[in-house]
Write a protein that binds this ligand. Structure first.
Ligand code: HPA
Length: 270
């Protein structure tokens, strides 16, 4: 993997992706943040050597380099999911590349279902801890010890200080920001009522199909990380309605301005 990483990084350096301080993965509910960035360079995933897409299918995602709130950032517009057929190593490859480009911190957003029924759709949740239910680890491969410690510490996977800053920004701006545990599943099917009951029992506050692999690799690389979920549906097993994707997307868009405020104000403090 080291040779592949070098090749990818050299391509991006030649393109001008120089010394980014911060990496951002724009998931659902944060796409519009792109309009706030002074874009300097961009590269389609399909054109970046050794990016996962070359081996699977066309991906409309892009890696963007630019300035946001005075900071040099590298931004993933679109991420890879295991449910698209990628491996956990594929899904997390871009995190390894952003780290080699120079980032010291990674900010992540996603959409999730609310397991904790005190949390309502359209609200935001700061991820305080997680449960990996994707069936394997992005660190489970031969040679991982050449890239970082194999037995990566996960006692505090999300940066406490960054989370405190997020909470004070939320308070100042009258944004509801819950804090909780995010469980990641493979998907793409949604959960059954029995699965939602199980998720609640094991201590999850929200469930989604992303983020945890990237956070594990970010910890492997000793990056500072923080992540925020937009809650798009309420997962009440006793009153479960059939999934309505339009409704989910609408709820994600509703929360987007708040998510953008949180991220912009946080970046100012870094
Ligand atoms: N389950 C899994 N992933 C999700 C959900 C959900 O209820 N809502 C948004 N992403």
């Amino acid at each position: 993997m080291i040779k592949y990483i070098e090749e990818t990084v050299n391509y991006l350096l030649e393109k001008g992706f120089e010394n980014p301080e911060l990496g951002i993965i724009l998931g659902t509910g944060l796409g519009q943040l792109i309009n706030e960035i002074e874009i300097i360079k961009e590269a389609s995933y399909n054109h970046i050597p050794n990016f996962p897409t070359a081996t699977v299918e066309f991906h409309k995602g892009k890696l963007i380099y630019g300035i946001l709130e005075g900071k040099k950032v590298v931004v993933m517009q679109g991420r890879f999911h295991v449910y698209e057929g990628y491996t956990l190593q594929d899904v997390t490859y871009p995190v390894r590349i952003m780290e080699k480009l120079g980032i010291k911190a990674l900010l992540v957003s996603n959409a999730a279902g609310a397991i904790n029924l005190n949390f309502k759709k359209g609200e935001l949740m700061l991820i305080d801890d997680h449960i990996n239910l994707q069936g394997s680890s992005p660190l489970a491969f031969r040679g991982v010890e050449l890239l970082g410690e194999r037995f990566t510490d996960m006692s505090m996977p999300y940066d406490e200080e960054t989370n405190r800053t997020f909470q004070s920004i939320a308070k100042k701006n009258n944004i509801v920001l819950h804090k909780g545990v995010y469980a990641s599943v493979v998907g793409p099917q949604l959960e059954t009522r029995a699965e939602y009951r199980m998720l609640k029992l094991i201590g999850a506050d929200a469930v989604g199909m992303s983020t945890v692999p990237e956070i594990i690799v970010a910890n492997h690389l000793k990056l500072k990380v923080a992540a925020v979920s937009v809650l798009t549906d309420e997962c009440d097993p006793d009153n479960l309605e059939p999934i309505n994707i339009e409704d989910i997307i609408a709820n994600a868009s509703k929360a987007e301005p708040d998510m953008i405020t949180l991220f912009k104000e946080l970046i100012k403090t870094l």
